[in-house]
Design a protein around this ligand. Structure first.
Ligand code: T1G
Length: 696
């Protein structure tokens, strides 16, 4: 065994990303690139070097690729994607593994994802710890596997299964992977190294997956898998390309199919959708990260006050995560109804596989019910979710503050009220945070974790901990009316309503906003959530509204006609004809036209691009104000709020991301147009600083 094999130092003194560890007649090829051993250029060249040295050492009979730290390889280094590929590229490394005369096994723990699984598939065998996961999630990044995954995987699993795994991007446990032929040995009760060493020593020789034939299966099975893939990935270019690539495995020579796969991967990597999904990927990783080292307070039990839609939803997601929950409502009728809502939500969560417990019933056992706040004396964190009224919430929070333990965290689910005012009323503002959930709570991923002026960092950290524990995306927000999401949404809606007075119709604006990236336009959304809540808010605010402020009264007229949305069969649209999305109603068209004329504003045909520009201008400007005021921490987090709370397509990155793809002059014109239309009260934000935070 030559010493050079065990060299560990890079010339620049840095720890090498890959090093060899001889172990008798085999050698471990250790990838050490924290935090997730992404296959960066240093890892790729380190692997090539290791394979070459291992091939040349007569004392070594076989090699085992293994990851240092908590995982195998989480894929290609996504950070490298915005740059031209630097050699050696991953396919070159994989070809070297296949060309190596000695068997090379992959020993997998943690995750083998994307390029990490492709690396393992190029090995002669795959051994894994029982709790490891594998997958090819590339389509979730708007790309397809680019290092042979679409060719080597089907040679082990068959085309239909490969179509499912590649086009869904889903991650699977290694037991399932073993059943599918991806993993050759699941190691239990001994170390991965020992298990892998024993397995590789027993290997008769090389087993190159790329040289295997594709297992035969019926055309029907393949066609059904293709149909399912294209249905769930409708309109997604990456999914269509993935289907094409995987099917090539059955019809093209492997080298040709690999070349086509790589070409499609490189093209998709530079696509707008891939850039948007990368932006979201890294933004999500930053979400909930807090400065400083404050640790969350221990939370095993949660109290929820108010068994209405929001309260019951919050109780169900906490129970689904295995936390003990006490749901309180002084009104026993409401409490009974709350029980029903909790079980409905748990059944739904079970159906979509989001339950920790084995069943909805088992999860429901985590919830107890009480009609008195005194029952919450012992909980670790309490969330009030009662009616959105200052006096009602203040009263409940004061009673909670007097009831719960001194180290308990007190959270309010308020959407619009002043968190600092509510916190002061408790006389223990340090323990108070906002936890602003979105309806339906068990479906919506977003959770605005609101930092009050006096919130203690440990209370905030507890809010973030809870969010992650219940599967929510925590976005830190400062205190202002509507926090991040509702404040931006108010500007977005207002701009759309202004355009109603200038010649546009609800259906035109909705279509333009859906084309921009919203799942549903603002008028369709209003009909879904009901027009009465916003109407009540407008009426409450009327007395305090500055008469110089532009106010569009069309929505009030609609409400005065008793049209409060789907629940009344009519709102901005007519739902009496039973079609899901509602039909255009000439009554509304006439009313909008009449109100617009009454305002005496010049009427014109607004082009879709102008509508979208106005809205993007309004959103971007408000986002810049939020950033400037320190309410939001980054442009990316504002986009995460709109993607995860307001139905903006993640495949478009978010409205701020969309705007950032435009020239500065165009952005300036959009903001200017939105400002002109708003008139009095329009405040300019520093859009330049906002855009500087969006990666190009
Ligand atoms: N590249 C670069 N950085 C990555 C990364 C990656 N692939 N994966 C994670 N990170 C960073 C992340 O930003 C964070 O950084 C830190 O690692 C911890 O991540 C050729 C082209 C592996 C399950 O899609 O799913 O291979 O914030 O907070 O919860 O066909 O990370 O600390 O600075 O998520 O323990 C395919 C992506 C790539 C897997 C770990 N691979 N990663 O989860 O930690 S495309 C993926 C994950 C590809 C090939 C193609 C998860 C994880 P920071 P984390 P975690």
């Amino acid at each position: 065994m030559t010493d050079s094999l065990s060299q560990h130092q890079e010339p620049n003194g840095e720890a090498p990303a890959v090093h060899l560890e001889p172990d008798g007649d085999i050698a471990f090829i250790v990838i050490d690139n924290p935090p997730v051993n992404a296959s960066s250029v240093a890892v790729r060249s380190g692997l090539l070097d290791a394979i070459e040295r291992l091939s040349g050492d007569a004392g070594i009979k076989a090699g085992i690729i293994i990851g240092a730290g908590s995982t195998f390889v989480a894929g290609a280094d996504i950070k490298e994607f915005g740059r031209p590929p630097s050699p050696p590229e991953l396919p070159t490394v994989l070809a070297a593994i296949e060309a190596c005369p000695k068997p090379i096994a992959a020993a997998i723990h943690g995750a083998a994802l994307g390029g990490g699984l492709e690396l393992a598939l190029a090995c002669d065998a795959r051994v894994a710890l029982a709790d490891a996961i594998v997958g090819l999630p590339e389509v979730t990044l708007g790309i397809i596997p680019g290092a042979g995954g679409t060719q080597r995987l089907p040679r082990l699993t068959g085309i239909a299964t490969a179509l499912d795994l590649v086009t869904s991007g889903r991650r699977i446990g290694v037991r399932e992977a073993a059943k599918l032929g991806i993993i050759d040995r699941v190691v239990e009760g001994k170390s991965l190294r020992d298990g892998a060493a024993a397995f590789v020593r027993a290997l008769p020789g090389k087993r190159i997956v790329a040289d295997l034939g594709v297992p035969p299966e019926t055309d029907e099975a393949i066609a059904q898998a293709e149909q399912r893939a294209l249905k769930s990935g409708r309109g997604r270019e990456a999914v269509a390309e993935a289907v094409k690539a995987v099917k090539n495995a059955a019809v093209l020579p492997v080298r040709e199919a690999l070349a086509q796969e790589r070409a499609a991967f490189l093209r998709l990597r530079d696509s707008e959708e891939a850039a948007a999904l990368r932006y979201n990927f890294f933004a999500e990783r930053q979400a909930g990260k807090l400065d400083g080292h404050a640790r969350a307070r221990p939370i095993n039990s949660v109290g929820v006050v108010g068994a209405g839609t929001m309260g019951a939803g919050i109780a169900s997601v906490c129970a689904a995560a295995g936390l003990g929950v006490i749901l309180v409502d002084a009104n026993t009728g409401a409490l009974e109804a709350g029980k029903g809502r909790v079980s409905t939500a748990l059944i739904d969560l079970h159906r979509v596989g989001k339950l920790k417990a084995a069943s909805a019933e088992a999860a429901a056992a985590h919830v107890t019910y009480a009609d008195n706040i005194a029952a919450l004396a012992g909980v670790d964190l309490v969330i009030e979710a009662v009616f959105e009224d200052l006096q009602v919430k203040t009263d409940v929070l004061q009673r909670l503050a007097a009831t719960v333990r001194a180290d308990a965290v007190i959270a309010t689910n308020t959407s619009y009220l002043d968190l600092d005012q509510l916190a002061e009323a408790t006389h223990r503002p340090a323990d108070v945070i906002g936890l602003h959930f979105f309806a339906p709570v068990h479906r919506m991923r977003l959770l605005e974790v609101v930092r009050g002026a006096k919130s203690d960092p440990t209370a905030l950290a507890s809010g973030v901990w809870l969010a992650k524990t219940i599967g929510k995306l925590p976005i830190i927000a400062g205190v202002c009316e509507g926090f991040i999401g509702n404040r931006i949404y108010t500007r977005y809606r207002a701009q759309c309503e202004y355009m109603l007075e200038e010649g546009a119709l609800p259906q035109e604006l909705d279509a333009a906003m859906e084309d921009l990236g919203f799942a549903m336009g603002p008028f369709g959304v209003s009909d879904l959530s009901g027009l009465d809540i916003a109407w009540a808010t407008r009426k409450r605010k009327a007395a305090g509204r500055d008469p110089r402020e532009r106010y569009v009264g069309i929505a009030d007229r609609i409400c005065e006609m008793g049209r409060l949305g789907r629940k009344t069969g009519a709102g901005w649209y007519d739902y009496s004809v039973g079609s899901g999305r509602g039909a255009v109603d000439p009554v509304v068209t006439e009313l909008v036209r009449a109100e617009a004329l009454k305002q005496g504003r010049p009427q014109k045909i607004l082009a879709r691009a102008e509508m979208q520009g106005r809205v993007l201008g309004a959103i971007v400007n408000e986002a810049a104000l939020l950033l400037g005021e320190g309410i939001a921490r980054s442009a990316a987090e504002i986009d995460l709020v709109l993607v995860n709370g307001f139905g903006f397509s993640k495949f478009r990155g978010g409205p701020v991301f969309q705007a950032s793809r435009k020239a500065p002059a165009e952005i300036e014109a959009m903001v200017e147009a939105a400002g002109q239309a708003t008139g009095f009260g329009f405040k300019r934000g520093d859009v330049g600083s906002l855009m500087a935070g969006v990666p190009n």
